[in-house]
Design a protein around this ligand. Structure first.
Ligand code: SAM
Length: 169
């Protein structure tokens, strides 16, 4: 099971980017996202996507990030531009334990670096939590997310031109 922890979410400033972090988590093979600030609106948006496009993805907001990091039973990966090289570290992660992938927004408190089993960089340039999460999940699950079946009410049919959507209702 893969859970993403989004730290430092600010309701007004980060609503789009945290929604995108959640959508990437769902699409690229994670099972759940935890957001440290209570935000009913983001919960509604993600529930609505799951309702229409399927899957068992879960969202919980208003969690205590420090407590989760302290008590996490599996391995913790913290994505940071200061971390160790992705390709070197991804092989070391124990795939039999529940994985927590942490992404930040603004400055990340020091305890996150301490509590993480792996501080991992997706390149050492500053970019985005959305991009870092997408690339990490792709490398971690070796591209298998592309074949994941969501079995939703709405299914998009890949198409060279135009939009093809099949509705089960
Ligand atoms: N200044 C912040 C810090 O002290 O880490 C970084 C802010 S950045 C806009 C927001 C988040 O994007 C970071 O917390 C990290 O999770 C992710 N991120 C940005 N660039 C990254 C990179 N090169 N590798 C891994 N994660 C990255």
């Amino acid at each position: 099971m893969i859970t993403v922890l989004r730290l430092g979410h600010r309701i007004n400033r980060d609503k789009r980017i945290t929604t995108h972090v959640a959508l990437v988590a769902r699409a690229f093979g994670a099972d759940k996202i935890l957001v440290d600030t209570k935000d009913k609106k983001i919960e509604e948006v993600i529930h609505s996507v799951c309702e229409r496009f399927g899957g068992n993805f879960e969202i919980e907001t208003g969690v205590n990030g420090k407590k989760i990091l302290r008590e996490w039973p599996g391995e913790i990966v913290h994505l940071t531009m200061y971390g160790a090289e992705l390709d070197r570290v991804v092989k070391k992660i124990n795939r039999n334990s529940d994985l927590l992938v942490v992404v930040g927004s603004e400055k990340i408190p020091g305890f996150v670096y301490e509590l993480a089993d792996f501080n991992v960089s997706v390149g050492n340039q500053p970019h985005s939590e959305v991009a870092a999460l997408a690339v990490f999940l792709d490398r971690y699950n070796k591209g298998s997310w592309l074949n994941k079946k969501f079995d939703g009410k709405l299914q998009i049919v890949p198409s060279d031109k135009g939009k093809k959507v099949v509705s089960k209702e």
